[in-house]
Ligand binder design. Structure first.
Ligand code: ZN
Ligand code: ZN
Length: 289
């Protein structure tokens, strides 16, 4: 079934298919300057809504703030259940967590999954929210929270989805995720630098046939020439990867702070030359798979 992309108002109610919605698409640091806002200035946060109404998300960059406000508004006082998968602990993937409104509502139940590679994720999350960095301690939050460490690449089985983690080559240990549900699949691969032959092959294998691949595409090939080892790849590599893995659609993600809307439009056009079914991950845009 072809994907449907909504860049305006979404259809009402629970989607009939898996719906992926971008709340934060920028890499490294938020960029609220006017020339970036067509694509979006918030850092990584992606919602995955399943046809049974349940909700997952990847990362909690500053896009988690509007996402959280939306979830509470939608729940309208009813219980809210969310499964949040963190790729890693760089700021642009966790900075929205202290401002995620459902954490302050006793009606929320939030399960956070993250690798235990760099220590117990519960320690890292509670360290982020403590004096003198933040005035409210994670343990004091009214929501019911659970932090589940991911060991290696053990899959996470939820009622309506299975999530397969996989290691991604970056400056820090990163997990990518392939989420499968209701005969649809999305692969989230942020903060990825090509060049590790084993992990590049694993990525192609893991992404094979996915309906949507959300992939780091921070640099142009020209920029990458002076940024090797910084932990990110190019739109060109992402497009080649999408072709090799024969995915349905590619969403270019983790946009460089220096790339304004105009430049990203040029990048999109170039990427579509290699892989026609490419979109730019854009704040507010939703994709039904
Ligand atoms: Zn990042
Ligand atoms: Zn990173």
């Amino acid at each position: 079934m072809p994907v449907a992309v909504y860049d305006t108002k979404l259809p009402e109610g629970t989607p009939e298919r898996m719906r992926v919605r971008f709340w934060g698409v920028r890499g490294s640091i938020p960029t609220p300057q006017a020339e970036n806002l067509g694509v979006g200035g918030n850092t990584a946060c992606v919602e995955v809504r399943l046809p049974d109404g349940s909700c997952c998300a990847f990362d909690a960059g500053t896009g988690a703030r509007p996402f959280g406000a939306y979830l509470l508004h939608e729940a309208d006082g009813a219980a809210l259940d969310l499964h949040l998968f963190l790729s890693h602990f760089h700021w642009d993937h966790i900075q929205g967590l202290p401002f995620f409104a459902p954490l302050y509502a006793p009606t929320s139940r939030l399960t956070i999954y993250a690798s235990d590679h760099d220590g117990p994720p519960a320690d890292l999350i509670t360290e982020q929210m403590q004096e003198p960095f933040f005035p409210v301690a994670f343990e004091e939050l009214p929501a019911e929270t659970r932090i589940e460490p991911i060991h290696g690449i053990d899959p996470v089985r939820l009622d309506a989805a299975t999530v397969h983690p996989f290691p991604v080559h970056h400056t820090q240990f990163v997990l990518g995720y392939r989420l499968e549900s209701h005969n649809a699949s999305v692969v989230y691969c942020t903060d990825y630098e090509h060049g590790d032959a084993e992990l590049d092959a694993l990525l192609v294998e893991t992404a094979a046939g996915a309906d949507l691949l959300i992939c780091d595409a921070q640099y142009t090939p020209e920029e990458y020439a002076t940024r090797q080892g910084w932990g990110h790849t190019t739109w060109e590599w992402a497009a080649r990867l999408a072709r090799e893995a024969e995915v349905g659609h590619l969403a270019l993600f983790h946009h460089d702070p220096a790339h304004d809307d105009e430049m990203l439009a040029q990048i999109l056009e170039a990427a579509q030359g290699l892989f026609p079914h490419t979109i730019l991950a854009t704040e507010g845009v939703a994709v039904d798979l």
